[in-house]
Every structure is written in C-alpha cells, then in structure tokens.
Write a protein that binds this ligand. Structure first.
Ligand code: AMP
Length: 114
C-alpha cells in the first residue's frame, strides 16, 4: 500500500494542524508556511491526488468545497478580495498529492504568479 500523504495524516488526526473548519466531506486548516496574512488549505477527505484525478462523480463534492470556501471568506473577512489556487503536477508546483485549494488573502496579490 502506498504511504499516506501528510494531508491524509492530518485528516486521520495523526499529526496536528490548526483546523479552522471540518465536516464529513472536508477539512480546512492553516498552511504551515503562509504566503499571505490569511493562507488556509481546504481539502476533501476523499483521497484525490490532484485535479487530474477528478471525475464527474466528484461534481457535488466540488460544489460543497466552494460553498465552504465562501464561508471561510466571510469568517476571515476577505471581502476585499482573495485568491483560490490549486497547483497541479510538477510544473504547477504541486508538492502534496492530495487535492487542495489554497485560500489566500489579507493583502493585495500580484499577477501573474511566478
Ligand atoms: P502545494 O505546493 O500546492 O502542493 O501546497 C502544499 C502546501 O501544503 C504548501 O503551501 C505547504 O506549506 C503546506 N503544508 C505542507 N505540510 C503542511 C502541514 N503539515 N500543515 C499545514 N500545511 C502544510
């Protein structure tokens, strides 16, 4: 069996995280290396390695995740603007192969990204 990702270990509560939201389908916690005053990672509990692994069956899950993102935007007062990022694959800069959305805000964010 392949090794658990660090995010699966957070889901299983084997390692600590600063959890800011959790329900049956997903979990959100603070990024350990924040790139902005607010930097939260939102992950499905289902083990999906990346956007490349998504199927049509995951459509309701993605809708749910975006609903949670909007709740987090309110909770963390990001009404002035924010960014939702999903890195995919080597060139996309993905380092953890468990699907996740970065929610970044609290400062003006530059574009294009590096
Ligand atoms: P990515 O490079 O898009 O795959 O993003 C992975 C993110 O996970 C990075 O921003 C890391 O700082 C973050 N990260 C790695 N390990 C942990 C952890 N144990 N708790 C919280 N965030 C983490």
């Amino acid at each position: 069996m392949s090794e658990k990702t660090i995010f699966k270990r957070i889901i299983d509560k084997e390692i600590p995280a600063q959890i800011v939201y959790e329900d049956d389908l997903c979990m959100a916690f603070k990024d350990v290396h924040p790139q902005a005053p607010v930097h939260i990672l939102l992950i499905p509990k289902k083990e999906i390695a990346s956007t490349d692994q998504l199927t049509e069956a995951d459509t309701p899950l993605l809708g749910h995740l975006y609903g949670v993102l909007r709740q987090l935007v309110k909770e963390f007062n990001l009404q002035d603007g924010y960014r939702v990022v999903t890195n995919c694959g080597q060139n996309g800069g993905q380092t953890v192969y468990h699907l996740h959305f970065h929610l970044l805000g609290g400062r003006p964010l530059l574009w294009p990204p590096g």
